[in-house]
Design a protein around this ligand. Structure first.
Ligand code: ADP
Length: 405
């Protein structure tokens, strides 16, 4: 009875073991990687289904055969040597470390693999469990990524080279422009100074008196020469402002006097067109600014006002204090500016259509310089205008200049 029980227990244990072994077998077969057991001599002792599928062999063709049959011929010698070394110091080697290896299928085709090795000790001797993974897809993805990266890097480098080239060209062109401008300005200014100097000599009548007409003529020559000179200076100014070389020399001065000086330089032209100029300013106001540049701003606005206002029109200058700033408006009853051009007229060399410009001074630079000069002072300029009614340019200047001034 006791023996029967023992036998039954034994049978139950055997069944259990068989089931476990079966389950391990299924686990092995279901693995997505090729799994093999290889003995010390490199003979395949055990393999799973994936090994057959991956390498294209039947199980029987592999069992007991050297594992080197699964790698390309030229790598076999090296592999065998490595195997020898492995056994001198067997250790677990995880996937992706060590050699970069190709597997070879029965039909001779190859594919990249990654192998992990673990030494296992059985009662019939030491073995190594090898797990072999087909990494074709991953290698392809890596290669694709590398080629995309390389193409992108190359494209970026080419763009950079192109940009650097362009930059150099722009710098050179800018340099050339500046040199040309200052060269030309010098060439133009020298004879102009001669003209201005001799007209002044004529006006002084030291070498003979002039009749009234001659006086007027000489006066015209003088004024327009001065004008031309101012224009040349404009060109120089703009290149100075644009290259950041403009320096403001701020000082405190009386607003009235500066206004009067600016007005007096356009008054003769205004008078020839019977244009009245009226001013409205707070009494005895002092202002802290670059006197010459301040007058230049006013002069530019006033001369435009005179230029674009009809005979018998009116120009007004209003000065109001708004907080810490002076708002100075130059208003005219001239031809006006279409709304869609209110921004563009501040661009350099911009002139509206085929306008009748008032003579030598039409370059389209005046407002570009004016805006920059106002901004250099920490102010802003704005325009309100209606076609056929008139224009009002208002610029602001901080009263006391920068803090502490
Ligand atoms: P310029 O007067 O030398 O042409 P500006 O930069 O001073 O250059 O002015 C640009 C353009 O803006 C002028 O050509 C003109 O068409 C327009 N403009 C400027 N001021 C006035 C104004 N007060 N009334 C009408 N149009 C003006």
């Amino acid at each position: 009875m006791a023996d029967d029980e023992n036998i039954e227990n034994l049978q139950a244990r055997i069944r259990l073991l068989a089931r476990e072994s079966q389950r391990f077998r299924q686990l092995l077969e279901a693995a997505p990687d090729a799994i093999m057991e290889v003995d010390r001599d490199g003979k395949i002792v055990l393999l799973n289904k994936t090994t057959e599928r991956l390498f294209g062999y039947e199980r029987d063709e592999l069992l007991g055969k050297p594992v080197e049959m699964l790698i390309p011929a030229e790598a076999r010698g090296m592999h065998a040597r490595h195997r020898g070394q492995y056994w001198s110091k067997p250790s677990t080697r995880p996937m992706g470390t060590g050699l970069k290896l190709d597997g070879q299928r029965k039909d001779g085709t190859r594919f990249p693999v990654e192998i992990s090795l673990s030494p296992v000790e059985f009662d019939d001797g030491p073995r190594v469990a090898a797990i072999i993974r087909d990494v074709t897809e991953r290698r392809l993805a890596e290669e694709h990524l590398r080629s995309v990266q390389a193409a992108y890097t190359e494209e970026l480098a080419a763009k950079n080279r192109e940009l650097q080239l362009r930059n150099r060209e722009v710098e050179q062109a800018n340099q050339l422009k500046s040199e040309f401008l200052s060269g030309m300005s010098h060439e133009l200014r020298t004879p102009l100074h001669t003209i201005i100097g001799f007209t002044e000599l004529l006006e002084e009548e030291l070498h003979g008196s002039l009749n009234e007409k001659q006086h007027r003529f000489v006066g015209h020559i003088h004024r327009d020469s001065q004008h031309l000179l101012a224009l040349i200076n404009d060109v120089l100014d703009l290149s100075k402002i644009e290259s950041g070389r403009l320096e403001l020399h701020r000082e405190t001065f009386a607003l009235d006097a500066a206004l009067e000086e600016a007005i007096s330089s356009v008054r003769p032209r205004a008078e020839t067109k019977s244009i009245a100029i009226e001013t409205q300013t707070p009494a005895d106001r002092a202002i802290f600014a670059d006197r010459l540049r301040f007058k230049q701003i006013l002069y530019n606005l006033l001369s435009n006002a005179v230029k674009f206002t009809f005979v018998g029109g009116r120009i007004g200058i209003d000065v109001t204090e708004v907080g810490d700033t002076l708002e100075i408006a130059v208003q005219d009853t001239g031809i006006g500016i279409p709304a869609d051009q209110h921004e563009a007229i501040f661009d350099k060399f911009y002139q509206i259509g085929q306008r009748q410009s008032g003579g030598l001074d039409g370059t389209g630079l005046g407002l570009a310089i004016t805006r920059r000069l106002v901004e250099e002072h920490g102010g802003a300029i704005r325009l309100a205008s209606e076609l056929g009614v008139g224009s009002r340019f208002t610029f602001s200047i901080p009263v006391s200049g920068p803090a502490g001034a």
